[in-house]
Each structure stands twice: as structure tokens, then as C-alpha cells.
Design a protein around this ligand. Structure first.
Ligand code: GLY
Length: 567
């Protein structure tokens, strides 16, 4: 019990709580990599290595961010990118915080109805596959904005190892082999010709990226404008138009990354710093955490029925608000302060009872269903000076629009699908959007990406984030709770089985074979619909925890090829 306001409200529930509900299958012997000074955790060993090497050269977390982001574009083309966009949250060693939005935006020629036919029906695939699905990429602008504001090493020092990696090539992992096989047909559908990935790539093969090395070399030589106004911009636009796209040179020339004020809120003795709109991550995370704060999760136990109930009910209410209210803050007015205010959230949670599930049909607001693709990537960095960054970057779907510019060596995103193509009608991922997230020229599409930094007692505690579409927010939430409420190590917190609820569909997703039968049955008896088949994994979290002795512990998710490296 943490909040006297709800003491009376919760009394009945607490006396009925059974201690034996601790059903987590966490292996408590697991600790992640521990280092003294600095660490990078990302989806690929190659990227973590390059980021760490930049730190070893005396670079700071921001230099390492540029290197890691671009190294992921080479080593992890599934989601790492220069043809997509992302968000970064930072906390400097002096406590200063901030956030960068390098999200894609809609082309100037985009329109609200661009994915609808004459009868106003959604044209299948138009917002997901090929050139019409592509938003104006923000990643190159993002890394240069970071470097310009905070970088200390020359851009040549940072980009050289990335370019060397592209030339040398990247070894195919088993997980990558499986992914490439799965997408063969889509690559052929989206492209006029077969692409380098249309081959029978096997584990331990090496894929080289000479065209991407050339593109990155031009960017290193001429700076960010090479991508937005230079030869690369011209070649990209020519390619896009030859493939039926609407991107113009003006679109690229007008793109700017934007510094945003992060969403911040308190939870017990933690201060959580997360991404502001156009990501829904920070607002949604704040809503959920503030709704669950009064409940004694530590006593209920990790993944116990009571913990799952409280978290699910808070998620239900937060996701009901999510897409109704949130969109690009430069285009729509968002009642951000109200949405995370104590009074509003106490009222939201007042209909919750431990006795039975609330029905989503009884929860307003909005008629908004959120199911997004899972293929984003996250990395966390803490440097030897005490600076921390948390960055999540994406092409949206796996390999984005599947449209690969062979001339320049990279995939283009399909981020336009994160807009609501037609308010009230689901896109191919089941997303029903609202007006706040409708398409307009130069507007940024709503995201769930939740790069997050946590302070405890005014000091840096954690950098954390994950891919996973709409499950991003709930995966970040559970990882923070695993450390703070359930006393897990960073690696345990990342490895722990996860569940997810997002209001609609009114079902709680569980990672398969990870939760006990008693837990699932117990929830079903309380009226919860459950599903253990739909999501093979929920999130793929990477995080770094500052331990009490000042050392750093990495959490690299077992669900991927993720790797922590540091010194
Ligand atoms: N494209 C996934 C996200 O932005 O949330």
C-alpha cells in the first residue's frame, strides 16, 4: 500500500490477497554483463562493439549513439536503418534531460484519403508494401542533430568503423536466416527486380554492403545535407518515383529532426523520463504507472494474478485514451497534462475491482484498436562520464516497406501505416485510428516507441527500451517494475516472461509456455480473455542498470541476438 488515498478503497482487496500467487518462472541466478564504466546494449553484437569502441576512444554517449544507430543500419537491416526514423531520450551527467524526435513525416503530396479507393475502402497493402508506404526518413537528420549538439569526436572517427563494417560484411545469424526466408516473397513483390536479400542466405554466411558503404562515405564527407539535398537525395527521389512513390526533393530538403521536451513523472522514489508525442510511449507509460502506483505490487509478486490484474486494468484504460487523444503535437492539441494528472487517473481506475475484469466495452475513451507491427529496434548507452541515452529506431514493419534501394544500399520504411488511413477502420495490423492521427502533408505518424531513462533519488538508475509495436509500452513498464518492485537484476528483468493488454481486442496476451496454468485459469475465472498463441515474443528489451556500487549491469534480451558490451 503506497498511497493513503486509496487505503479504504483497497482494504477489501488486500485482505483477500494470497501470498502464494508468486508464479514467475524467472531464473534468479541470471545476472547480465557487469562493467565498471560504460556500456552499449543493442540488437547486434557488431553494433554494440562499434558503439563501445567509440566510447573507448574517449567519445561520449552521444558519439556512441551516432555510431550504434548507423551500425544497426548495416548489421540489422530488419529494423536498423537510414531509411526510417526514431526517437532518443537523454540524461546528461549533470542531470539535464531532453529528447530528440527524428520520426518520419508524411510527404507533401500525402492526403488524408491516399490509401482509400473510390468507394472509400482501404486499398490492401498500399500503406505497407512498396513506395507509397514510405514516410520521409529522419534517421540521418537525427544522428547529425545529436552530433552537432553534443558530439565530441569528429564525424569521420565515428562513421569510419561503420563504413568498414559495411565493406567487410556482416555474418548471418540463425534468427536472421529465418527472417530472410520468411520475407522472400515480399521482397519480390515490393521490388522490380530481385535484391541482395533474395538469396538462400544461411547462418554464418557473410553479407557485404558496398552500396551502403558508398552512401555512408558520401554522408561522412558532405554531412547530413548529402542525404537531404545532395547526390544521395537526388538518387533516392529518382528511385522512389521510378517505383511509383510520391517523395520529392522538396520533401527531403524540408525534413528536420526536432528537439522535444520529454514526458516526466514520479513513481515512488523514481523519476521516469520518456518520449513525448508524436510517440504515445511517454504519456501512456505515465498513465499506466500512475494508475498502478497505489497498489502493493511488491507484495502481490511478479506475474501473480493480482499484479497482472492491476497492470492489465491500468493498460486497458491508458490504451483506450491512447489513439483518441494522441498524434503529432505540431498538428493536434493534446491534453497531455490532464491525461497524466492524479485526479484524472484516480477517476479512471475507480471502476476497477479485484473481483472481476472490467469489460473493454465499458471503458471509454474512443473506439480505437491498436495492433502494430513488432519490428523496431532499441539500444541503450551509458558512458564513462555518466551520460545516458535511450534510443528506439524503426522501419516499422520488418525490412520496412520491403522496397530496397539497391543503388544506395538500404530499405525504405513503411511508417505511413502508423497513421490511421481511415478513422474507425483497422489497417492490416488491426489498427483503428482516430482523427488525431489522420494523414496530412508533413505530419508525423503516431508511434509507440518508448525510449526511457529512470532516475532514483535524483541519480541515474536505468536506460531501457524495446521494439514491439503496441507492446513496447507494456514491455518497458514490466521491465521497470521487475527491477523496482520485484527486485530483479537487469538481466532477469529483461528475460522475465511478459504479458500485454491494450484495451482492444479485449484479450490479455501471454508469452507462450511462460505462465503457470493456475495463473491463466485464475485470470479466466475472473473474466479475463487470455491468449498464449498470438505473440511468440512480447518485446525485445535492452537496458542498462546502474548498481548501488556504481557499476553497470546490462540486460540484453534473450529473445534476439542482442548483446551488451562495455568496459
Ligand atoms: N512503427 C512502430 C512505432 O512507431 O511504434
Amino acid at each position: 500500500m503506497k498511497n493513503s488515498y486509496l487505503l479504504a478503497l483497497l482494504f477489501v482487496s488486500i485482505i483477500s490477497c494470497k501470498k502464494s500467487e508468486q508464479t514467475s518462472l524467472v531464473d534468479t541466478s541470471k545476472r547480465g554483463l557487469i562493467v565498471e564504466q560504460a556500456m552499449v546494449v543493442s540488437a547486434r553484437e557488431e553494433a554494440s562493439k562499434i558503439g563501445t569502441a567509440i566510447l573507448k576512444k574517449g567519445g561520449n554517449a552521444f558519439d556512441a549513439m551516432v555510431a550504434t544507430e548507423l551500425a544497426l543500419a548495416v548489421a540489422y537491416p530488419y529494423a536498423g536503418n537510414i531509411g526510417g526514423g526514431g526517437f532518443m531520450v537523454y540524461r546528461k551527467e549533470n542531470g539535464e534531460i531532453g529528447a530528440l524526435d527524428y520520426r518520419e513525416k508524411a510527404p507533401l503530396a500525402a492526403s488524408k484519403d491516399m490509401y482509400l479507393d473510390e468507394d472509400e475502402n482501404i486499398i490492401p497493402g498500399k500503406s505497407t508494401l512498396g513506395a507509397m508506404a514510405v514516410g520521409i526518413p529522419g534517421t540521418v537528420a537525427g544522428v547529425f542533430a545529436v552530433h552537432e549538439k553534443f558530439g565530441t569526436l569528429p564525424i569521420e572517427t565515428i562513421l569510419s568503423p561503420v563504413i568498414a563494417l559495411a565493406k567487410r560484411g556482416v555474418i548471418v545469424t540463425k534468427k536472421q536466416e529465418d527472417r530472410l526466408q520468411k520475407y522472400q516473397e515480399s521482397f519480390l513483390k515490393a521490388n522490380q527486380d530481385s535484391i541482395v536479400f533474395n538469396a538462400n542466405w544461411k547462418t554464418n554466411d557473410t553479407i557485404k554492403y558496398p552500396e551502403l558503404a558508398n552512401t555512408l562515405t558520401r554522408i561522412m564527407t558532405h554531412g547530413r545535407d548529402e542525404f537531404y539535398k545532395g547526390e544521395t537525395a537526388k538518387r533516392l527521389v529518382k528511385f522512389m518515383q521510378a517505383n511509383g512513390g510520391i517523395m520529392t526533393e522538396e520533401d527531403l530538403a524540408k525534413y528536420e529532426a526536432k528537439w522535444r521536451t520529454p514526458v516526466t513523472f514520479e513513481y515512488d522514489d523514481l523519476k521516469v523520463i520518456s518520449m513525448a508525442p508524436p510517440s504515445s510511449g511517454g504519456v501512456c507509460l505515465a498513465q499506466i504507472m500512475k494508475m498502478i502506483e497505489p497498489y502493493d505490487l511488491a507484495n502481490y509478486g511478479p506475474n501473480s494474478i493480482k499484479s497482472i490484474q492491476v497492470i492489465t486494468e491500468a493498460e486497458r484504460r491508458a490504451y483506450a485514451d491512447r489513439s483518441f487523444y494522441l498524434g503529432d503535437p505540431d498538428f493536434v492539441s493534446i491534453p497531455g497534462e490532464t491525461l497524466i494528472s492524479d485526479n484524472y487517473l484516480i477517476d479512471r481506475m475507480s471502476s476497477f475491482s479485484f473481483e472481476k475484469a472490467t469489460l473493454s466495452s465499458e471503458v471509454s475513451h474512443g473506439s480505437v484498436q491498436v495492433v502494430e507491427s513488432n519490428e523496431t529496434t532499441h539500444y541503450s548507452i551509458i558512458d564513462q562520464f555518466g551520460n545516458a541515452i535511450s534510443a528506439t529506431t524503426t522501419l516499422n514493419g520488418g525490412y520496412g516497406s520491403k522496397l530496397y534501394c539497391a543503388d544506395l544500399g538500404f530499405f525504405l520504411n513503411n511508417e505511413m501505416d502508423d497513421f490511421s488511413s481511415k478513422p474507425g477502420v483497422p489497417n492490416m495490423f488491426g489498427l483503428i485510428g482516430a482523427e488525431a492521427n489522420s494523414i496530412a502533408p508533413e505530419k508525423r505518424m503516431l508511434s509507440s516507441m518508448t525510449p526511457t531513462i529512470v532516475e532514483k533519488d535524483g541519480k541515474l538508475l536505468m536506460s531501457v527500451g524495446t521494439p514491439g509495436g503496441s507492446t513496447i509500452i507494456t514491455s518497458v513498464l514490466q521491465t521497470i517494475l521487475n527491477v523496482h518492485e520485484y527486485n530483479m537484476t537487469m538481466q532477469e528483468a529483461v528475460n522475465a516472461p511478459r504479458f500485454h493488454h491494450q484495451w482492444l481486442p479485449d484479450v490479455v496476451l501471454f508469452e507462450p509456455n511462460s505462465f503457470s496454468k493456475e495463473t491463466i485459469l485464475g485470470l479466466q475465472n475472473l473474466g479475463y480473455s487470455t491468449n498464449e498463441d498470438r505473440a511468440p515474443v512480447i518485446g525485445k528489451v535492452d537496458g542498462i542498470l546502474v548498481l548501488k556500487n556504481g557499476k553497470l549491469e546490462g540486460g540484453a534480451d534473450r529473445r534476439g541476438d542482442d548483446t551488451a558490451i562495455g568496459f
